[in-house]
Write a protein that binds this ligand. Structure first.
Ligand SMILES: CCCSc1c(F)c(F)c(S(=O)(=O)NC)c(F)c1F
Ligand SMILES: [Zn+2]
Length: 260
């Protein structure tokens, strides 16, 4: 049966290799985005989002994060351009966070971490017919990562954080409609891109990462709502905290920047 991996000492990131040997692969994520390892690439296109306000969505807590699942059959949210070949349909978005506002993101910038990181997961709909087919392919996924810091309240994310108190228990779900993913992106188009993996088991090396340079701000109340989710994953009913994987070896990969 599915091994119960998690983020505790007993089942956390350093133990995942026992069930998922690819944890020690050569294109694992996250990584530290070190300026000495990044190179401006003038050939990088701008990102192209065809995102519309979405219809009814399920917001459920699958025990290691909360996620917004998108119905990617009708009028999907589609990403193209940037480093990508073809079109990628948004399948879901979720977050990773810590227990204080100085740690919680998965990627870091010259060793600096943020309070949280939003992931918008897309699959390659030009080459594959669904998420399940794409998820393990080397060119199967594109994930946009957006850093989150504490500051002013974020109006669009409020549509999510206002609902979290109603799904604090694992596997609870609630409808959410009218979220506009475009408003979850920062103003600046600047991003880094590199080839990596899922940051949770099964850790497939199938992700073209696009990490936005400019963070979003949320209020401390919004961060507290995120940190108040509970999980049973580690067998005990405890707060879902620190669901972030530490940085992995770059192993010779290049990180391209869309900005100077
Ligand atoms: C087999 C799960 C497919 S969907 C999914 C996910 F649920 C998830 F959590 C992450 S992540 O690794 O945590 N963040 C990048 C992904 F990348 C994903 F694609
Ligand atoms: Zn993630």
């Amino acid at each position: 049966e599915q091994p119960s991996w998690g983020y505790s000492k007993a089942n956390g990131p350093y133990t995942w290799v026992s069930h998922f040997p690819i944890a020690q692969g050569s294109r694992q994520s996250p990584v530290d985005l070190r300026s000495s390892d990044t190179r401006f690439d003038a050939k990088l296109q701008p990102l192209n989002y065809h995102y519309m306000p979405t219809s009814s969505r399920i917001l459920n807590n699958n025990g290691f994060s909360f996620k917004l699942s998108f119905d990617d059959s009708s009028d999907p949210c589609v990403l193209s351009g940037g480093p990508l070949d073809g079109h990628f349909r948004m399948n879901q978005l979720h977050m990773h966070w810590g227990c204080d506002e100085h740690a919680g993101s998965e990627h870091s910038v010259d060793g600096n971490t943020y309070a949280a990181e939003l992931h918008m997961v897309h699959w390659n709909s030009s080459k594959y017919s669904n998420m399940q087919q794409a998820v393990a392919q080397p060119d199967g996924l594109a994930v946009i990562g957006v850093f989150i810091q504490v500051g002013a309240e974020h109006k669009e994310l409020k549509k999510i954080t206002d609902l979290l108190p109603m799904i604090t228990q694992q596997d609870s779900k609630i409808e959410l409609s009218g979220l506009n993913p475009l408003l979850l992106l920062p103003c600046s188009p600047a991003y880094w891109t590199y080839l990596g993996s899922l940051t949770t088991p099964p850790l497939y090396e199938s992700v073209t990462w696009i990490v936005m340079k400019e963070p979003l701000s949320i209020s401390s109340q919004q961060l507290e709502a995120i940190q108040s989710l509970y999980s049973l994953r580690s067998g005990k009913h405890e707060r879902l905290l620190n669901n972030y994987r530490p940085p992995q070896l770059l192993a010779g990969r290049e990180i391209r920047a869309s900005f100077k």
